[in-house]
Ligand binder design. Structure first.
Ligand code: ASP
Length: 332
């Protein structure tokens, strides 16, 4: 962060604290997350923290470069997510959590706030970048949500890159499943529960986009589908209100239709975006759920709300904001 602040000062830009953004609305803006959950500093070595921060910075930089060059919010969201899908630290693409049966089943969704076109896929096992599959489904336009074998067949017809099961499987995630089984603990109690990834962006043309990609929750069974690929639950974008990507215990985000609920509160009830996000996260907490959201407003304000002790997150915009954070206390 210090390096970034110094770089910003060298460029003549004010360093902006994480809790507030510049008064001038940005031309473009992006926010990302790499998962939320219970995390204490004691669990994190300085090396590991540096690796996560660098990965988040890399994803922010890819999205920022696209937006700064006048590219679309959709392209920026896709680019940020592809990088995190390829990174085994995150629970998306390579490094996804294991199902009860020892497989990696991937979910992803993307939504265009300008048109409210959306694409989503669930339960795919061989698509290297599920977010690209979601985008291809959106582009095709006939359907919004494809599952399993059908989604894979669609991906093959579109020539999307595939990968063998070994590509997605990593040892730390396999150990998390083994521990879950041996100790009979829940997905929220296993190590490495973090890592779903998401991005929201506002481009220079004023359009919003949101995307989310995940392996779901460790030990999921029976073709379980989480909130991430469910449009309106874990992912939603509407130029009139907001773009949202969620992470956390997906069942609660589905039950509250969290991403759409936040946008509806802003659009129909005139609620302030931070208040709308906080209210829905509080509702999820009251029901017993844990997690958070990243939110982008039509004015390019990037906001975060979460009820867990940590959420891997970051944001950058055209005014020089460029920051990543992990723990709740990082916002202060
Ligand atoms: N929300 C994801 C799911 O329930 C998991 C997560 O965000 O960690 O599938």
């Amino acid at each position: 962060m210090k390096t970034l602040a110094l770089a910003a000062l060298a460029l003549g830009l004010a360093a902006v604290p994480f809790a507030a953004q510049a008064a001038e609305p940005p031309r473009w803006s992006v926010a990302i997350h790499g998962g939320a959950g219970t995390l204490s500093r004691a669990d994190m070595t300085p090396e590991r923290e540096a690796e996560y921060r660098a990965a988040l910075q890399g994803a922010l930089a890819a999205a920022s470069a696209i937006l700064a060059a006048g590219g679309s919010a959709m392209d920026a969201v896709e680019a940020a997510i592809v990088l995190m899908e390829d990174d085994p630290k995150f629970n998306a693409g390579r490094g996804a959590v294991f199902t009860w049966d020892g497989r990696n089943e991937l979910d992803a969704a993307i939504m265009d706030g300008a048109t409210r076109a959306a694409g989503a896929a669930t339960g795919v096992t061989s698509i290297r970048n599920p977010i690209r599959l979601a985008r291809a489904i959106l582009r095709d336009g006939r359907h919004v949500f494809l599952s399993g074998a059908g989604a894979e067949q669609f991906a093959a017809e579109r020539g999307l890159e595939t990968a063998p099961p070994d590509y997605f499987a990593t040892e730390p995630r396999r150990r998390a499943l083994e521990r879950m089984k041996a100790e009979q603990i829940s997905a929220l109690e296993v190590d490495l529960k973090f890592g779903t990834v998401g991005a929201v962006a506002r481009d220079a043309a004023g359009h919003l986009a949101a995307g989310t990609s995940t392996g779901g929750m460790t030990g999921k069974r029976w073709g379980r589908i989480g909130d991430s690929p469910v449009i309106g639950a874990g992912t939603y974008a509407d130029d009139r209100a907001c773009a949202v990507s969620a992470t956390g215990s997906g069942e609660y985000f589905i039950r509250t239709a969290a991403a759409h609920e936040i946008c509806a509160r802003i659009r129909l009830a005139g609620e302030a975006p931070q208040g709308a996000a906080d209210a829905v996260i509080a509702e999820i907490g009251a029901l017993g759920g844990e997690g958070g959201v990243i939110l982008m407003t039509p004015a390019g304000e990037a906001l975060f709300s979460f009820n867990s002790s940590g959420m891997y997150r970051g944001r950058a915009d055209s005014t020089g904001v460029n920051e990543v954070a992990i723990f709740a206390a990082d916002a202060e």
